[in-house]
Design a protein around this ligand. Sequence first.
Ligand code: NAD
Ligand code: ZN
Length: 360
Amino acid sequence: MSYKNYPMVSRIVFGRGSFNQLGDILAPKRLNRKAPFIFLVDDVFKGNSGLTSRIPIAYDDQLLYVSADNEPKTDQVDELVEQIILNHKDRPSGIIGIGGGTILDLAKAVAIMLANEGEAKDYQGWDLVKNPAIYHVGIPTISGTGAEVSRTTVLTGPEKKLGINSDYTPFDQVILDPELTKGVPEDQWFYTGMDCYIHCIESLNGTFLNAFSQSYGEKAYELCKDIFMNGSLSEEEAQDKLMMASWHGGMSIAYSQVGVAHAMSYGLSYLLGTKHGIGNCIVFDHLEEFYPDGVKLFKTMKKKHNIHLPQGICAHLHDDELDIMIDVALGLEPLWENAIGKNWKQVITRSKLKTLYQKM
Ligand code: NAD
Ligand code: ZN
């Protein structure tokens, strides 16, 4: 048995208003005046001078607004890389992603592809990246995915939705400023927050569980319960705690794995474009048989926050469409092995998944 030797984010700042330190943090990392920093910023912040005026642009630095309406695609990464190469003679000093999981994943992927040949789709998988990524910084503006701490960047390619999992994927620097999450709409706050909650449930109830994952998973679970069930937290406390829950949830799955909700949600996302947070919620709502306690509490939280999930999104799908989703879900073998155990193929049949999808 060989244990994973896991890379970590090398530097991290935490605190309300810590975003103001970005300029000081970047300055020593500038390679030369012609090697720009490229800021990939969620376009929800366009015109929000409270944030954009604090981005420390100098010399040839460039700010690119990116939409988070759709999850990142491999050809989107390739286009961004091409645009950066065509616009700047020198290789950038660094890539800074400011946004949710969508933008953070794009920033990681662009930083990798600026240092590696070929197309992003060639690197979907495990440990396919040859050269270290260029310096990259992650600044989350919504909490839950754990993308700020993880070793993957999840991309939808022409053939599959699969991450670039590599030792070069994690950020060199993360800035955790909970103040940046203050404008998140309530339903989105719930969906992305539940991504964290589901990471905990899937990790804590998985067969890969170990003391490392458990220690982070239990902490994140406790924080989630506090945030989503305890009505007496101030808005600031809840923001601070959810940012740390996301971090711990990410650390928990780093050394274990996610499970049924994630496997099935990848299918929804691949076929229907359903986004990760809401997709996980739609699936998880029907997983009582796998996670009875976790789903029970989920339903209570859903009610408490008056969240109404879409119903019947698979009701009108044809068999060939259901087959595509089932193929995507079944392809994620480590997730099933974690959720069910080594004999998972006896339990998780195509007809079982079809029945489950048809309820959603
Ligand atoms: P997101 O980045 O897609 O953003 C969701 C919505 O919230 C968007 O409309 C965005 O514009 C908006 N938003 C973000 N910050 C805001 C703010 N401060 N104020 C107002 N609106 C704001 O959401 P997400 O749930 O964070 O990320 C989902 C993505 O993360 C998926 O692509 C998923 O595959 C990926 N993911 C990656 C990992 C990983 O380890 N790399 C883990 C889980 C999920
Ligand atoms: Zn997730």
